[in-house]
Design a protein around this ligand. Structure first.
Ligand SMILES: [Mg+2]
Length: 269
């Protein structure tokens, strides 16, 4: 019923034909065709370029922090805010498993988190320990949920991330909103936030959180371009994110075939 409401009958027929012609084995077994995700996960796991970009991001972060430490006295204690997933913890093995098993997020996500098997994003442990050693408080602001908090803390601590505790590990507590703005503001009220680091524009400002179309996200990036590399430091993540949600107009009920149509329609040549 949902599908019929969302798309025109002709589109529905075409979608069904395409699906039957091109992915019969996956559909027959009730599996999701995640082939569009495969190159992204391979790039994340097997390219030196990804690791190089991560090192580049954390080197820049250290330079910015050093500049701030040298240049001014601060009455407030300094802080750095980092996102968790794909900013300091690497979930690419979870994504790889989705591809191999023909499943979709969030199947198995909480179990994966609570297994505490994430590895660290290259350069993250070193930079955050450096910040901590300079008296800068590190806040881990994540949309992981309460049921995932202990597993997240265990994983971060096991990897050597500094000062993971109830003050610094700031999880999502609002079921109705994934915005980080109120959490960022609560930290800014008590600390001078020198840097924000994330793999998703929504990790940086509510300007991005309110921008839910491709055009508005690109426009917001232009509007705030002076912040990138000065206050915002971005980590690479081609696997998922709000950039992808905007392709689908935040319609989480689209079928895999409908998503494929949206992706193809977005390509420019
Ligand atoms: Mg993230």
């Amino acid at each position: 019923m949902i599908i019929v409401r969302l798309i025109r009958p002709r589109t529905l027929v075409v979608s069904a034909l395409v699906a039957l012609c091109f992915a019969p084995s996956a559909l027959a077994q009730g599996k999701v065709d995640n082939s569009n995700l495969e190159n992204a996960v391979l790039w994340q796991q097997a390219s030196g370029e990804r690791n190089a970009l991560s090192y580049q991001a954390f080197t820049l972060a250290r330079m910015l922090l050093d500049r701030d430490l040298r240049s001014r006295r601060s009455r407030m204690r300094r802080a750095v805010i980092v996102d968790v997933d794909e900013t300091v913890l690497d979930n690419s093995p979870y994504e790889a498993r989705l591809i191999k098993e023909g499943k979709s997020y969030p199947v198995g996500w909480t179990d994966w988190i609570n297994s505490a098997k994430c590895t660290a994003v290259p350069g993250a442990v070193e930079f955050l320990n450096y910040a901590n050693s300079r008296g800068v408080r590190v806040f881990y602001v994540t949309n992981r949920k309460l049921i995932e908090k202990d597993g997240t803390a265990k994983n971060l601590t096991k990897l050597g991330f500094p000062r993971v505790n109830d003050e610094t590990l700031v999880i999502r507590t609002d079921d109705k909103s994934d915005s980080k703005e109120s959490r960022r503001n609560a930290i800014s009220a008590r600390y001078r936030v020198v840097l924000l680091m994330g793999d998703d524009l929504n990790d940086f400002s509510d300007v991005f959180e309110k921008s839910r179309t491709i055009a508005s996200r690109l426009a917001a990036t232009e509007e705030l371009k002076a912040k990138f590399g000065t206050r915002f430091v971005v980590l690479p993540n081609p696997m998922y994110g709000n950039w992808e949600n905007s392709l689908y107009e935040y319609n989480f009920k689209l079928t895999p075939e409908q998503k494929a149509e949206k992706r193809r329609a977005t390509l420019k040549d």
